[in-house]
Design a protein around this ligand. Structure first.
Ligand SMILES: Cc1ncc(COP(=O)(O)O)c(C=O)c1O
Length: 397
């Protein structure tokens, strides 16, 4: 390995969101944060070097995206995601969550229905509600221990005119359940939406973090008409651990949808980007691939460590398969605690901070989401704390 993911990086004192004290538990010392989705690893050296080089030039004025930025991104998408995109399809946002909100404003009206597939990344729900749209839920179902889409329920919901369904927000790969959707699943989803004139916003921010054997398929390539109906959101933020640089790529092949999206970008004055985000993204896509390959091996090792620890020492906690993302979906329901008690137990007794399943909406009760992206020794310490707390409470087995 060229890169040392075991090396601890002290993030305290950097105003890191992840390393704040858990609200209401400021008094608990030394809680291990395994919640929000950023990584405790140093980013690829090529990114830090590019940023330092640019910072050395002392004028940080308005900055456009240079040709090299587009070339690096288009090449990355072709190489890693097998989608050849045209430069004219690419537009922007200061992050995937802002892009999601802009897409909602661009392609729906107040009172329209927007579908999500919970349990799912919570800003989807916030974006729909905050913009005065109505939440339509197509909950995922668990079949033989695997999360799947419920196409029958989706069709019935879209076919009900009272729902005024205009858009579906897809999480692919899916945060928090860790699925990498197969092309057959995506094709079916696209067919259902296209037949009813429903725009798909496909949040593919986790598409580079594939830990299983199945490849990520871009929704826009999954069926014949898919690209005309899909707004694809991607970013280097998760892949390269640069979420603080606030950058995202929005790919919209359909000129009508793209014009509507860009009108919202203009309205809010978001056309120009963050200089350092632009520099970092180009460096990441140009020079970051070997770092990413090693990161994936390391994350896989972390996942296997957690999985065997739970199986051998804490069998009442059930880990779902992890095909993509570095976020593991764990079921704690067999411990017999309600959601409030579980949160309290983990923070106060085990001193570990996971993301509560209930944040992810319907289907999240009893679950916790664990972020694997930290040095393995720290992850192991978190599991040992959990085991000690459960043994102490007589709940380990
Ligand atoms: C599915 C998904 N979309 C978007 C984001 C956040 O994107 P950004 O920081 O670019 O707004 C996250 C972060 O966890 C995520 O999991």
């Amino acid at each position: 390995m060229t890169y040392d993911f075991d090396a601890p990086v002290d993030r305290r004192g950097t105003a890191s969101l992840k390393w704040l004290s858990p609200p209401g538990h400021e008094h608990v010392p030394d809680v291990i944060p395994l919640w929000v989705a950023d990584m405790d690893f140093a980013c690829a050296p090529a990114i830090a070097e590019a940023l330092q080089k640019r910072a050395d030039h002392p004028v940080y004025g308005y900055t456009v995206r240079p040709d090299g930025y587009y070339e690096a991104f288009i090449s990355w998408m072709g190489r890693r995601n097998h989608w050849n995109i045209a430069r004219s399809w690419i537009t922007h946002a200061p992050g995937v969550v802002p892009a999601l909100n802009l897409a909602i404003l661009a392609c729906s009206h107040p009172g329209d229905g927007i579908v999500i597939q919970p349990p799912v990344y919570y800003p989807f729900m916030a974006g729909i509600r905050n913009n005065g749209r109505r939440l339509l839920e197509n909950p995922l179902v668990i079949r033989n221990g695997i999360y799947s889409m419920d196409f029958e329920q989706l069709e019935a919901m879209l076919d009900n005119p009272a729902n005024r369904a205009r858009m579906l927000i897809l999480c692919s790969p899916h945060n928090p359940v860790g699925r990498v959707w197969r092309s057959s699943e995506l094709a079916k989803l696209v067919d259902i939406c296209v037949a009813r004139g429903v725009v798909i916003v496909s949040d593919e921010i986790h598409s580079d973090i594939i830990l299983g054997t199945e490849p990520h398929v871009c929704t826009a390539t999954a069926a014949a008409a898919a690209s005309e109906w899909t707004i694809t959101l991607t970013a280097p933020n998760k892949t390269f651990n640069i979420a603080g640089l606030q950058i995202a790529n929005v790919i919209i092949p359909n000129p009508r949808l793209r014009a509507a999206y860009n009108a919202q970008v203009e309205n809010l004055g978001l056309g120009l980007g963050n200089l350092f985000g632009i520099v970092a993204q180009e460096a990441a896509y140009r020079h970051g691939e070997s770092w990413l390959e090693e990161l994936l091996v390391y994350l896989k090792g972390n996942e296997q460590m957690v999985r065997s620890f739970l199986a051998e020492r804490l069998p009442r906690i059930q880990a779902y398969p992890l095909e993509g993302t570095y976020l593991m979906w764990l079921y704690f329901g067999n411990l017999g605690m309600d959601d409030m008690a579980l949160r309290e137990f983990l923070l106060s007794r085990a001193r570990i901070w996971l993301d509560e399943g209930t944040k992810f909406g319907t289907g999240g009760s009893g679950f916790m989401r664990l972020n694997l992206a930290c040095p393995r020794a720290r992850l192991r310490e978190a599991l040992e704390r959990l085991e000690a707390a459960l043994v102490d409470a007589g709940m380990a087995r």
